[in-house]
Write a protein that binds this ligand. Structure first.
Ligand SMILES: [Zn+2]
Length: 396
């Protein structure tokens, strides 16, 4: 006879009880007891601890079949805040979220990220401080910070790799610099991973396996597998921009190789093609706009970029069998044509079972996908049962 989950596992901790309340699986002490197998006194002890730490509140009463109605327990989203940021070459964003992932304040700026962290980080710390004040909070309320950076990050250490476009950012330990000002855990990740997580949590929360592809100045992907980000052993998973394509014509790439997907299908390559045709365009966003308006040159180029992308994604689909591929980034704004190009190749070249339920769609969570994802990453880390238990133990 199969043993029940409650009976086979260790007794549920306060952190696990918080998780049940936070996810809405349990709203009363009785329900917690039923789901965890804990005795009434054990449930009471954990709930008292969570109430004392301001992590849950006791709200209006729950419906009852008779007798004294049970008190309704709710996760206290206002019990703290997390800071979130996405640093980008042309534009950076910073925000404050409550513990339930609700946006409290947001700001954008152009802190010249390409000149290195000595310019971008002071901007970020000052902006966060200002946003905290705007929503009537202080540094003491901060439970964690999540930051997406444009480049590869060795995830366990939060250290940036030397990214070819961001010379000043090689080997920078961002986390300690942030934690000096806001003493709480810091999660640093690559910006595409943050966007993938944000898009997943906001638009496709029920989807297990999703691939988010950012097509802008560069090309990168974030892989959500089984509902969680797949980062690989060090954090380099999803670097599809440097997978070679066929018939690339020996195009040199900034990484030193030739015929990388990024070298032939990202924004700069398309802008170059437009210029060669005597149609100079100021930037990738403008090109995407032209394509969406139906400009034949722009449509042809974006569609061709989609096919190139599809060539690489066909392999990714066979490898990962995602349910959804989301196309984002500046060129993703021309999603009608980019999606068409990708579909044309992926559905021809991937195996039928891998594409039977596959959907290829545009980014729907908009410009705040990365901010939301960076906040989600840090929230999921600081609200994980083990992290909650450790925090409670430290304050005992
Ligand atoms: Zn390359």
């Amino acid at each position: 006879m199969p043993r029940s989950k409650a009976a086979s596992a260790a007794p549920a901790s306060s952190g696990r009880v918080l998780e049940l309340i936070r996810t809405g699986e349990a709203a009363t002490r009785t329900e917690i007891g039923r789901l965890t197998g804990l005795s009434r006194p054990a449930v009471a002890l954990r709930v008292t601890e969570l109430l004392r730490h301001g992590l849950v509140t006791e709200g209006a009463t729950a419906p009852s079949s008779g007798g004294r109605p049970p008190a309704r327990l709710e996760f206290n989203a206002a019990g703290g805040v997390v800071l979130s940021a996405v640093l980008g070459i042309s534009r950076s964003q910073a925000a404050v979220y409550d513990l339930g992932g609700g946006l409290l304040a947001v700001a954008g700026g152009s802190p010249e990220v390409e000149h290195g962290p000595h310019i971008a980080l002071p901007w970020l710390l000052e902006t966060w401080q200002r946003l905290l004040e705007e929503c009537g909070r202080s540094a003491a309320d901060v439970r964690g910070s999540g930051i997406g950076v444009p480049g590869t990050v060795e995830f366990a250490t939060g250290r940036t790799e030397t990214p070819p476009v961001l010379a000043g950012w090689g080997g920078v330990d961002i986390a300690p610099l942030v934690a000096e000002r806001f003493a709480a855990p810091v999660v640093v990740d690559n910006d595409v991973n943050a966007m993938a997580l944000g898009e997943h949590r906001a638009v496709h929360p029920g989807v297990g396996d999703l691939l988010f592809v950012k097509v802008s100045t560069g090309i990168g992907a974030g892989v959500v597998a089984g509902g969680a980000l797949l980062r690989g052993s060090l954090g380099a998973a999803g670097e599809i921009g440097h997978i070679p394509v066929r018939d690339g014509g020996g195009t040199p790439c900034r990484c030193g190789n030739t015929d990388c997907l990024e070298a032939v299908a990202a924004g700069p390559a398309l802008l170059e093609r437009m210029a060669e045709q005597g149609r100079p365009v100021a930037g990738v966003a403008e090109l995407a706009g032209l394509a969406q308006e139906g400009d034949p040159d722009a449509v042809r180029l974006v569609r061709q970029a989609g096919r190139r992308l599809g060539e690489v994604l066909a392999g990714a689909v066979n490898l990962l069998n995602p349910e959804v591929i989301v196309l984002g980034g500046l060129l993703g704004r021309a999603h009608d044509h980019l999606v068409a190009g990708v579909r044309e190749v992926v559905f021809k070249r991937s195996i039928p079972l891998a594409t039977r339920q596959l959907r290829v769609v545009g980014n729907r969570s908009g410009e705040q996908a990365g901010l939301r994802g960076a906040a989600a990453a840090v929230l999921e880390s600081v609200l994980a049962p083990e992290a909650v238990n450790a925090r409670i133990a430290a304050q005992r």
